[in-house]
Design a protein around this ligand. Structure first.
Ligand SMILES: [Zn+2]
Ligand SMILES: [Zn+2]
Length: 350
């Protein structure tokens, strides 16, 4: 079968690989659609970040070259011994978290905080940029009636956004700011809408992305190239937002996000960081503000699919391009590097 494998930064190859075999407790999926994620793009542009290169990943036992693609859905084509959650023919979405099941976090059920956290499609063991893949039974979620496969490929990134909003202190009627409106930032805006936020401010340097933010529910947009986002937010909200979401990973933006919150405001960090970001602690202390981080998601895929049935996170608005697996480098990764108006590119692996 065909699959896209990561060999090195700027070296992803579509090639023939052996079709994976189903084993006890596992499920074989024929992939329908797989989305290209910002973290895939990081691996392509400047990896390895999550891809295991020096030693095999402790859970997948796999090492580069690895098959990529962790945002995907498909149909069950075979189930291993003991599998009861799904049957052949079921449409399923994959929750790609690799977890050890034995560390303190896993024992508490907080599997996204696993000591050995990995992702199917980033940490080895197969992925969605291939015709077939085999996953553990716990990773599959049956898709509800009426949800398209295109929609299914968006569940994983939408889960990140919904988890961030659910773990924040946002309440219906509150004011929020989203710093950075790439795909995850846009999904955070939609999750805030679902949570009943009354005012949602999008802060972003790309005008194309601000436009998209407006379409998806931002009540106002601010371009830091044109005005000071902190000053503007304080002015617009009469003292600051209740919750700011940091979705850029740019060090200077973290302090801006904090400064844009009101007294006792909260800043939620959704980004993964390449470098340190300095802050002045007094900006927290003197206003009793808090900062919290979130990673991935847990126990939330069914809720995301319910919201999709109610019109949130719609593929028609978020998918900007559909491509074949053979073209994933030129039409996928390279396009995402160049075109800021792209949101989600979906890949068909056959
Ligand atoms: Zn992702
Ligand atoms: Zn664990």
């Amino acid at each position: 079968m065909k699959a896209a494998r990561w060999y090195n930064a700027r070296d992803i190859r579509v090639e023939e690989v052996e079709e994976p075999k189903v084993e006890k407790g596992k499920v074989k999926i024929k992939v329908e659609w797989a989305g290209i994620c910002g973290s895939d793009l990081h691996e392509y542009a400047a990896g390895p970040i999550f891809v295991p290169v020096k030693a095999p990943h402790p859970i997948s036992k796999d090492i580069a070259p690895i098959i990529m693609g962790h945002e995907f859905c498909g149909r069950v084509v075979e189930v291993g011994e003991g599998v009861t959650k799904v049957k052949v023919g079921d449409p399923v979405v994959i929750e790609p978290i690799l977890r050890c099941g034995t560390c303190p976090a896993c024992k508490k059920g907080k599997y996204n905080l696993c000591e050995n956290l990995g992702f199917h499609g980033l940490s080895g063991g197969g992925g969605g940029f291939s015709e077939y893949t085999v996953v553990d039974e716990y990773m599959v979620h049956k898709m509800p009636e009426g949800l398209s496969f295109e929609q299914g490929a968006l569940v994983e990134p939408a889960a990140v956004a919904l988890h961030a909003v659910r773990l924040s202190k946002i309440k219906p009627g509150d004011k929020a700011a989203v710093f950075g409106t790439g795909p995850i930032g846009l999904l955070v805006i939609e999750a805030l809408k679902a949570a009943g936020a009354a005012e949602i401010y999008a802060v972003e340097v790309s005008e194309e992305r601000l436009q998209k933010a407006k379409e998806l529910g931002a009540t106002a947009t601010i371009n830091p190239k044109e005005e000071d986002p902190v000053q503007k937010l304080i002015e617009l909200t009469d003292g600051g937002v209740d919750v700011a979401f940091e979705v850029t990973g740019v060090p200077a933006v973290l302090q801006q996000a904090i400064d844009s919150t009101t007294i006792e405001g909260e800043t939620v960090i959704v980004s993964i960081w390449e470098k340190e970001a300095g802050i002045q602690p007094n900006n927290l202390v003197l206003k009793e503000r808090t900062v919290k981080g979130i990673i991935a998601y847990r126990d939330i895929f069914p809720a995301v699919m319910e919201l999709m049935k109610r019109g949130y996170f719609q593929a028609e608005k978020l998918v900007t391009k559909r491509i074949q697996l053979d073209d994933i480098v030129t039409e996928g990764f390279e396009t995402l590097m160049k075109e800021k108006d792209q949101v989600k590119i979906l890949v068909k692996p056959e």
